[in-house]
Structure formats: C-alpha cells, structure tokens
Ligand binder design. Structure first.
Ligand code: BGC
Length: 694
C-alpha cells in the first residue's frame, strides 16, 4: 500500500483477554532449595567465595585467563568471552576439573540482539509497542543461548532525561511508565515464561539505580535526586522487572546521594529485597567494588569487599576484590560465613533453575543453524519499521514514488554497516547490516542511485573501548581530504533529482563513555545539509544515532525528516520500506529533542510527530506534594485502516493515581482533582476532569 493511513481514535471499553502457553514445568522451589543446600554443605569457604566471583574471560593488559581460577572453584561466572568453542573449553575445566563440578555461568552484554541485531533500545521504545521489544529479546536470547551464553546484562532500565548522556541509547528514554512497560517486555522476552525455559537467557536489570541522572549528563558522575524522584521516576522500570520475574540485578557505578550504588544497603537490601521481594542475585558493574576506594567510601579493597557484601551485593564483576578479601574478612570476624552463604545460595539457585548442571555445554553445530533462521531477520526488519519516527513531512514529500529514476544518497552514515547496527557490538562481532544505501538500491533496481559520504565524522576524544578493537586505526582525514569529500558530496547531490541525506552520529558517539556537550550534528554535516538544501531539490533527512539531536535548522528547512535511530541488521531495508510507503512510520519519540544542549535535562516540553499511539496523561491539581504537569499513565499502539475507528480502553485506578510523597515519605493516593487528557502525543488536548472523593 503506497499511501500512509489516516488515523482516528476514540476511547471507551474493550475486553482484555490473555493467552496461556503450555510449557514444561520448572523445578519447584523445594527441589531447588534441596540441591542448593546439598552443594553448600560440601563447599569450603574458598569455594563459596569463588561462586561470588566473576572473572574476565579475556585479560586486559596480558594477565592470566580464568583457567586456573575455574580449576580450583575460584570463579562462579565468566564474562567477556564470545566464542562458543572457548565457552565449552572453559566449561569443561569447571565441570571436569573443579572439586565440586559446579558449572560456570557465562554473562555477556546481549543488548539489542546477538547475531541478528535489532534497533537500539531507545528506538524500540519509540515503537510504543512492548511486543516488538519482547520479540527482539526472545530472538536475541535464542541466538545467544545457542552460542553458549547463559546470562545477558540487559535490560538496561535507566530513565534518562539528559540527551548529553551517551547511555540514553540503551534505555527506553525519559518516561517511567513507558520504561516500565518496556522493562517487563524485555524480561519476558529474554527469560521466557520461567527462569530456565529452553532457548532463553537469565536477564539482568541494570543499572540500579538512577545512573541516567548523572550530573551534567557526564557518564559516571554522581547522582543527586530526591527519594520522591527515585520512587516516582527512576525506580518504576526496575520494580516492573522484579514483578516480571527478572533473575538478576546489576548495581550502578555512581554515587547515589553520596552512597555508591554498589555498597548501598538502602537500595540493595531495603528497597530491592525488602520492599519488592526480589529473590535473585545482584552483581556489581565492572570493577565497581574496587572503585569504592576511588569513590572515597572504602579505605582499601578489604573494606570495599566488606561493605559491598554487607550492603547486599552478591557477585563482584571482574575486580577480584571479593576473591582477594572475603575469606580473610570471615576469618577476622568482620563478616559472618552465613552472609557469604546467603549470597552463594542465591547464585546457585539461579544456576539450578537455568538447568546448567544438566546442560553445561553449547552445541557448536546448532548455533549456526539458529543464527540463519530467516524469522530472526524478519523480526528485526519489523522492529526497525515499528521504531521509526516521522518528525516532519511538508507537502507530502513522503512517501516517495517507486518511479524515481535518479537519487543521491549522501552522508557519512549512509553506507556504514557498523553505524547502522549501533552501539554494544563488541568482542569479535562482525557487522552484517543492510545499510540505507543498500536498502534504497535494492528498492530502486534499475534507477540511478548515486552515493557520496561527504567529510568523515569522528569522536573528538577517542573512546577507551577503541583500545579493544584489533587492527590498525584509520588516520583522520586531512582538512584538504575533507574539503574534497564535501565538494564531491555536493556534486553528487547536484546531479540527482532527489536527495536522501543520511546523517547523525556514529555508533561510538553514544553508549558507554560517550557523553557529549553538544547535540549538534557532528563534523561538517550541518554545513553539508545546508548546502544540499540550497540546491533547491527535494531533500529527505534520515537521522541515525543513539540520542536526540538538536536539529532546529533542519526542522524548519528540510521538508521530510525520518528518525531511524540505529536500526540494526535490517535497518536499510526498513528505512526503504518506510520511505516508499510500504509501512506507516507510526513510532513516537520516547525522549524530548532539545533545541540546544543547554536546555538539558528536558522532559515533556517538545512536540512529537507521528500517529497511531493512543496515550493517556494525568495531572493531579493539588495535594500533599506538587505533581508533574503531565504524567503518562496509559498507551496503546493501534493499526488503523483508512477511515477505520477503534476503541481503546485504559484503566485509571489507584495504581495509576498514586505517587510517592516526599512530604509524607509514603505512597499516597489522595482525594483530589485531576486533569485527564487523551490523544496521540504528550500535547493531547482532549480533556476531562476527574475527582477522587474520600
Ligand atoms: C557497563 C555495563 C556492562 C558491563 C559488562 C560495564 O562497563 O556499565 O553496562 O554490563 O560493563 O560488560
């Protein structure tokens, strides 16, 4: 179908049904407990501490690998390996050579796909369709599990309201309600109906908590937020993950109100276990236990280990601080062995539930067949289609006619596989994405589709992750080379009837250690875009990247703008599907686009374009505390045929109307007057008054 659909929404009541799937039964709690008890009873203190230790499978700086630790039961988990053969080799040491033969738990960052790469999480939140994110996590789990991975360090659930913070790419954006829905969907997708379901992974809700509120949007900086902000804004996705049954949590790096999250008993014990009843285990972020010394909390490594464990942290990721100190801390009487046992039990219970004792190895032959499943690419294409947001479309420039004969595809991101897949592609991953150029060429067979990248873009300060990428580094373009590339891009645009500019950020400009102080298009892209628009031809801007950008000039001067984010393996096909009208770009922004980085942090101020997501907002007019001007409390993405009307129902009860009161330090649902709005975006105007009476 060529034309995009017009939408019409009304609100009312619909029946809700649920579908139950028959699945094999997981072991009972009593069965898990008796296996764990039997193991713990045989373990030495050293072996117990081993289970609380996660070792790096590759050594940074030439240290020893994890073999020796595995042999003596000194590492219960390994991370940063990405090779099925190597998984099996290491597992064989744990299973055949260690005294108690406890299998090792492999963890890796499987964030938005493993071999088949899906759009980044921020993009998938733009779908406003949790089923898209659930399916992506399911496919990622299937591929990663086939490769030998048991545990993903995902979902990332940090609400982020400052676009300068690079990790905004990894989460669901600024809204806690949408974030909670996406959190639950990902847990369901990664873990399946129960922990240990076939072809699934153990999920890890990270980074607990409020990492996204880092001062100034600088990546590991401290966070100062009120308890009200924590409970009303930053906690809801984490609470939703617990409710969905997530098996593990990762503590955040930074200081939270002057107490580092990795040694924060209020966070890890009182809230997570006490209030929410979380029964899985908590791992630190990488090297975070050792960092407690640098953060000025702990005197030394021994103090750091004691304080982290006492606060409720169960596993030390890659710092060796538990391994070096916990035995002595028990012998010195600083910690009780029962405290160690509690942590060991939580980790062993997860290993039992995952079925690792029965099936410790990966089947190397099966992995390739799983990766090649065509349904995975179909799911990735659909996810990318659903994630795209139409930001502008003047004079119905889009959709483009299939009859185009002479098109120029310009920009540094137009033909870059790595930047189409996006961030978190580490440890030997080979990008296999269809680029936007390839997608458009595949669509316009027989037409002239010229390409020029223009001047290169690159980070001003290299990322420390670049040290882990093997091979020689590409030297930067000289000024003269950049100028020649600029002129060539302009010439290519001049020779075409229509220009598709593919611009934005490189994959390594967002994600971890990728904060920016400016949100402008990097390099000379803005200048090139202006020069192309000045040619007087129709121009479509396809934006790619991992964060909102300041596109004020483009928003007024480029007739059509599509936000494609980092769209993954099928990204180029999906962009073409949208540009040529096969699918409706019905996504909505889950974050505000600031006009300028100086406006950060920012939430609910910006216009949203698109259609087909019914949304409900509330505002409590007065009460014990002042309340936000609008809060999202319901959404549903619906597909409508031209002229069709659908009815969408949202419950509005105590769950939606309560909040954490800072003045009273408790949850409140007050007898008060509320505004209620419904519509297609956060400026929804259809209004009703609602009164809650005592
Ligand atoms: C990141 C985590 C990640 C971990 C393991 C850390 O640097 O903050 O998100 O899961 O590394 O790779």
């Amino acid at each position: 179908m060529r034309a995009w659909k017009q939408t019409a929404l009304t609100l009312g009541l619909v029946a809700v049904s649920s579908v139950g799937l028959a699945q094999p039964a997981p072991p009972s709690d009593a069965q898990v407990k008796s296996r764990v008890d039997a193991l713990v009873a045989q373990m030495s203190l050293e072996e117990k501490v081993g289970q609380l230790t996660q070792a790096g499978g590759i050594s940074f700086g030439g240290g020893p690998g994890p073999e020796e630790a595995l042999r003596r039961g000194g590492a219960g988990s390994v991370l940063w390996v990405n090779d099925t053969k190597r998984f099996n080799e290491l597992q064989k040491i744990a299973v055949d050579e260690s005294r108690l033969r406890i299998p090792v738990l492999y963890g890796l960052d499987v964030i938005h796909g493993y071999r088949t790469i899906f759009p980044i999480p921020l993009a998938m939140a733009s779908s406003w369709d949790p089923s898209v994110h659930e399916r992506a996590a399911e496919v990622a789990a299937r591929e990663a599990r086939a490769a030998g991975i048991h545990w993903t360090f995902a979902p990332m659930l940090d609400i982020a309201r400052d676009a300068r913070w690079g990790r905004i790419a990894e989460g669901a954006g600024e809204d806690p309600y949408l974030g909670a829905a996406m959190a639950a969907a990902q847990v369901r997708g990664f873990q399946g109906p129960y922990l240990g379901a076939p072809d699934r992974l153990l999920a890890c809700a990270k980074h607990f908590a409020a990492y996204g509120a880092a001062d100034g949007g600088r990546y590991y900086d401290p966070v100062y937020v009120s308890e009200g902000q924590l409970r009303n804004v930053y906690f809801p996705p984490f609470a939703a993950a617990v409710k969905a049954g997530v098996g593990s949590f990762m503590s955040a790096y930074m200081d939270l109100n002057d107490v580092p999250a990795a040694a924060n008993p209020w966070l890890l014990r009182d809230v997570l276990r006490g209030e929410w009843g979380f029964s899985g285990f908590v791992v630190s972020d990488a090297i975070a236990v050792r960092n407690l010394v640098i953060q000025g909390l702990a005197r030394d490594g021994k103090d750091a280990a004691a304080r982290a464990l006492a606060a409720g942290l169960d596993m030390d990721m890659a710092s060796g601080t538990f391994a070096q100190n916990l035995v002595a801390l028990v012998k010195d009487g600083v910690l009780r062995e029962a405290q160690i046992d509690d942590a060991v039990r939580r980790i062993l219970a997860v290993k039992v539930r995952l079925g690792l004792f029965e099936q410790p190895y990966a089947d190397e032959a099966r992995a390739a067949a799983v990766f090649a499943d065509p349904e995975h690419r179909e799911a990735a294409r659909r996810a990318a289609q659903r994630s795209m947001v139409l930001l502008r479309n003047e004079n119905k420039l889009l959709p483009l006619p299939q009859s185009l004969t002479n098109v120029a595809v310009i920009g540094p991101l137009a033909d870059s596989k790595a930047d189409t897949e996006g961030s978190w592609m580490v440890f030997g991953h080979v990008p296999a994405a269809v680029t936007v150029l390839e997608g458009i060429r595949a669509r316009l067979r027989g037409a002239r589709v010229a390409h020029a990248p223009g001047p290169e873009i690159r980070r001003e300060v290299p990322s420390f992750f670049e040290d882990f990428i093997p091979g020689p580094k590409k030297p930067a373009q000289t000024k003269e080379q950049a100028e020649a590339a600029f002129q060539q891009a302009l010439e290519t645009a001049r020779g075409a009837g229509l220009v598709i500019a593919v611009m934005g950020e490189l994959a390594n400009m967002s994600g971890e250690a990728a904060s920016r102080s400016s949100l402008e298009l990097p390099g000379r892209q803005q200048e090139l875009l202006q020069a192309i628009v000045a040619l007087g031809k129709p121009v479509v801007l396809v934006l790619m990247g991992g964060r909102p950008l300041s596109i004020g000039w483009a928003a007024e001067n480029v007739p059509a703008i599509l936000e494609a984010w980092q769209p993954g393996t099928e990204g180029g096909h999906a962009v073409a599907d949208v540009l040529f009208g096969d699918v409706n770009p019905g996504g909505k922004l889950p974050v505000t686009f600031p006009r300028n980085a100086g406006h950060s942090p920012l939430y609910y101020t910006g216009p949203m374009a698109g259609d087909e997501v019914a949304q409900l907002y509330v505002h409590q007019k007065s009460g014990s505390d002042s309340r936000p001007s609008r809060e999202l409390k319901g959404f549903r993405r619906v597909s409508l045929k031209p002229g069709e009307t659908q009815t969408v129902a949202f419950p509005l009860g105590p769950e939606e109307l309560r909040y954490w009161s800072t003045s009273q330090r408790r949850w409140l649902q007050e007898a008060a007057a509320f505004d209620v709005w419904v519509g297609g975006d956060s400026t929804a105007a259809l209004h009703a008054d609602l009164s809650v009476v005592p």
